[in-house]
Design a protein around this ligand. Structure first.
Ligand code: SAH
Ligand code: SF4
Ligand code: F3S
Length: 459
């Protein structure tokens, strides 16, 4: 019998990227093989996001196109998974009766049961049960690169008034530390050198009483032999503990970067967002981080045009951005999400005004990011090599790419006389002299390469 092929489209955050990778592992264990494009696949999964209206629209138009294809190709199986699936459940089948499986955010591990039913000729399945609880995180997807996401917790209990995540991802749940450490050890044995610990709010890891704080977990991960770098995302400022600040002081493998979404520079708006910290408290936390780890890079998420945001509130956000000088930010236009309370707030900001604000904010941040990148020119920094990035021009030298501890993308060449250069490959540590600081990356030339695999047994 011909082997069935699957294709997964992923929209949304790192959690979805990581879930898709695990789903890939699960489908492979069922005997499916990956297709290189939708057109070649017998099973197409759309792993969806609903954080903003645009993300939901993108998912729905993709599902619409697949539904149209199925009318002439009835052998196609369509699965809609992730946050839109959780949010809309049966509504998806009503909209597109061609969809076979609707798989909510806590139902991914039940994919095999549902697939069997569809293969046996059963009708569509909607599984949005958030209570059945297996452990999807026991599944590891394909391990391809030197850097890997590791889910340490799921769900969110914060209920920021603009946000849909608590409704579609459910309550916070922390995985046992022993399982996380075990997973990372096995990833290291398969060539991984950097892990990013994932959760909607990793600072509250362990608060559901598993007896281990996030700072302690970081300490345990820092002991894993062969692991070079630890990153984590995302942190909520209100839960940033003194223990975590100490981790930046004491843990040598913890990278010099924290993504700490501030959302707004106005106390009035922060309160309406239910963020539970003030501008001053946020700034104080940044100061302690900066004194614990010199040169720590800071990035943030900012929403413009939240209901009731006045010009004055917006100016306070700009002022905070000027004061902090983030290394980078993600800026978003506020988008109504029907499940989130702010969608019922009456004082909405005009769409054109929101666009004007985001453009102002982005051009301010671009000039800051650019200036900070230029400061790197002339310095030698350590880069974990991730792969090749092509040639910079016709006949030009081959370029490699990786990131430094601050999470900046660094593209670089390896000159013929570079010590260790002949053995350069993903997973090596390169010392790179920076020649140009660009808007979103650094460019340079390697001065030495060390093979990070040299002292580690790789399976
Ligand atoms: N759990 C993470 C990230 C959540 S989603 C955290 O709390 O930091 C990523 C970002 O999307 C948020 O930080 C926020 O800036 C943005 N976001 C969430 N809901 C939004 C909405 N309704 N409109 C616009 N941006 C939104
Ligand atoms: Fe959403 Fe707030 Fe939870 Fe982040 S902390 S996922 S923004 S509710
Ligand atoms: Fe989107 Fe769900 Fe992530 S709404 S941002 S995919 S948690």
């Amino acid at each position: 019998m011909k082997m069935k092929r699957f294709y997964i489209h992923t929209i949304g955050c790192q959690m979805n990227v990581s879930d898709s990778s695990k789903l890939c592992g699960l489908l492979s264990s069922l005997g499916y093989s990956p297709a290189s494009e939708t057109g070649d696949a017998d099973l197409v999964v759309v792993n969806t996001c609903t954080i903003r209206a645009k993300a939901r629209q993108k998912a729905m138009s993709l599902v619409g196109r697949l539904a149209a294809r199925k009318r002439s190709d009835p052998g196609l199986t369509i699965c809609v998974s992730g946050c839109v699936a959780q949010e809309e459940g049966e509504g998806i089948i009503r909209m597109f009766p061609e969809v076979d499986i609707v798989l909510g955010t806590a139902a991914l591990e039940r994919m095999p049961v549902h697939l069997r039913r569809i293969e046996a000729g059963g009708g569509p399945v909607v599984d949005t049960d958030m209570t059945a609880g297996g452990d999807f995180d026991l599944i590891t997807g394909p391990v391809t690169g030197v850097s890997h996401f590791v889910t340490i917790m799921r769900g969110c209990d914060n209920f920021c008034t603009y946000c849909v995540v608590p409704y579609v991802r459910g309550r916070e749940f922390s995985r046992p530390p022993s399982r996380i450490v075990e997973e990372i050890r096995s990833l290291v044995a398969r060539g991984v050198r950097e892990v990013t610990l994932l959760g909607q709010n990793v600072n509250s890891y362990g608060k559901d009483k598993n007896g281990c704080s996030f700072a302690r977990l970081l300490g345990m991960v820092n002991e894993i032999e062969g692991l070079l770098r630890i990153r984590f995302t995302t942190s909520h400022p209100k839960d940033l503990s003194p223990g975590l600040v100490d981790a930046f002081r004491n843990l040598d493998r913890l990278c010099s970067h924290i993504h700490l979404p501030v959302q707004s520079g106005s106390d009035r708006i922060l309160e309406r967002m239910n963020r539970k910290y003030t501008r001053e408290e946020y700034l104080e936390k940044l100061e302690t981080l900066r004194s614990a780890r010199e040169g720590i890079a800071l990035s943030s998420d900012i929403i413009v045009g939240f209901p009731g945001e006045s010009e004055r509130d917006f100016q306070q956000t700009l002022d905070l951005v000027r004061q902090v000088e983030f290394d980078s930010i993600f800026a978003f236009i506020y988008s109504d999400r029907p499940l989130a309370p702010a969608s019922k707030f009456s004082d909405k900001v005009d769409e054109d005004e929101k666009r004007r604000r985001i453009n102002t904010l982005l051009s301010l941040q671009n000039s800051i990011s650019r200036r900070k990148n230029i400061e790197f020119e002339g310095r030698v920094i350590e880069v974990l090599v991730e792969g090749k990035s092509g040639r910079s021009g016709n006949g030009a030298a081959l370029q490699w790419t990786g990131r430094d501890t601050t999470n900046r993308v660094v593209n670089f060449t390896v000159p013929g006389d570079c010590p260790g250069g002949a053995a350069v490959r993903p997973g090596c540590l390169a010392q790179v002299r920076i020649e140009a600081g660009l808007a979103h990356s650094l460019k340079g030339r390697a001065v030495a390469i060390a093979d990070a695999f040299a002292n580690v047994a790789v399976a």
